[in-house]
Ligand binder design. Structure first.
Ligand SMILES: [Zn+2]
Length: 243
C-alpha cells in the first residue's frame, strides 16, 4: 500500500540553500552513476549499485541518498529502454534514436530526489521536520499541509512505530520477535495446511473443505501465524548456530 501525503516545506534562507545544494549534489551523483552505467553497460538497480559503490559517498552523499540516486538512474534507463522498444524515439537506425542511444541519460540538476524515513524525522505536533542535507542535518524545518494530510501522516507514524516499539520492548524483556509472512493465514487450514477461499464460508467461520477441521476463523489464523513463527525462529537460530 502506498500513501501519498503532500507537505510544503517552509525553510529559512540558510536551510533553503542547504536543501538546494543537496538536491544538486544528489543529481550530480546520479549523473556520475549514469555515465558509469553507460560506459559499463550495467544498468540494473542492484548491479549498478555494486559498480558505483562508494563513489556517491565520496562525493558527499550519505548512504541512503546515494542508493536512491543510483536507483533513480536505473529507473531512468529502464524507462528509456521501454521507450526505445516502443519506437518512441523513431525506428532503428533513425538519427533521433541514434542520438538518444549514444549519450548517457542526463538528469536535470533539480530533478526530484526520493528521501526515505531514515533521512527524515517528523515532529508532527510542532509541524516541523528534520532532513538530512549535504551540510548535515537541518533540524526542525516548519512545514504546511492540510489537516486531513496531517492526520494521515500521524496515523502512518503510529503504525510505523508500533513495529519498532514491539521489537524494542520485547528485546528489553528478553522476548524474541519473529516477523511472519501473513499471506494465506486466514484461508489456510491449521490442521492439514489446505488453502482454499471456500475454507471461509463466512467472516467468523473457518471450515476446511479438505479435512473437515473447523473453528473460529481468527483462532485458526492465529494458529497458522504461531506455526510460521516457530518455523522462522528455528531458521533464524539455525543461522546463529552456523555462525
Ligand atoms: Zn484441513
Amino acid at each position: 500500500m502506498k500513501l501519498v501525503v503532500q507537505v510544503k516545506l517552509l525553510p529559512d534562507a540558510a536551510t533553503q540553500a542547504a536543501l538546494r545544494e543537496t538536491l544538486v549534489l544528489c543529481n550530480r551523483a546520479a549523473n556520475h552513476a549514469s555515465r558509469r552505467a553507460f560506459t559499463t553497460g550495467v544498468k540494473g538497480k542492484t548491479s549498478l549499485q555494486r559498480v558505483v559503490y562508494g563513489e556517491p559517498k565520496a562525493m558527499g552523499l550519505s548512504a541512503q541518498p546515494a542508493i536512491h540516486a543510483i536507483r533513480k538512474v536505473a529507473d531512468a534507463y529502464a524507462t528509456l529502454k521501454a521507450n526505445l522498444k516502443a519506437g518512441n524515439y523513431g525506428p532503428q537506425g533513425s538519427r533521433r534514436r541514434a542520438a538518444v542511444e549514444s549519450t548517457p541519460v542526463r538528469l536535470r540538476k533539480d530533478a526530484a530526489q526520493p528521501f526515505d524515513d531514515r533521512c527524515l524525522s517528523w515532529q508532527l505536533d510542532a509541524r516541523t521536520v528534520s532532513i538530512w542535507t549535504a551540510r548535515g542535518r537541518c533540524g526542525r524545518i516548519p512545514f504546511a499541509c492540510s489537516p486531513a494530510q496531517l492526520d494521515m501522516l500521524t496515523r502512518y507514524r503510529r503504525f510505523a512505530q508500533l513495529g519498532s516499539f514491539i521489537t524494542y520492548k520485547a528485546q528489553r524483556c528478553g522476548v524474541p520477535v519473529v516477523h511472519v509472512d501473513p499471506a494465506y493465514t486466514s484461508k489456510g487450514c491449521s490442521a492439514c495446511g489446505h488453502v482454499d477461499d471456500r475454507n471461509r464460508p463466512d467472516q467468523a467461520t473457518f471450515a476446511c473443505t479438505s479435512c473437515g477441521f473447523a473453528e473460529h476463523a481468527d483462532v485458526n489464523a492465529a494458529r497458522n501465524i504461531a506455526a510460521r513463527g516457530v518455523a522462522g525462529w528455528a531458521v533464524s537460530h539455525a543461522a546463529d548456530d552456523a555462525a
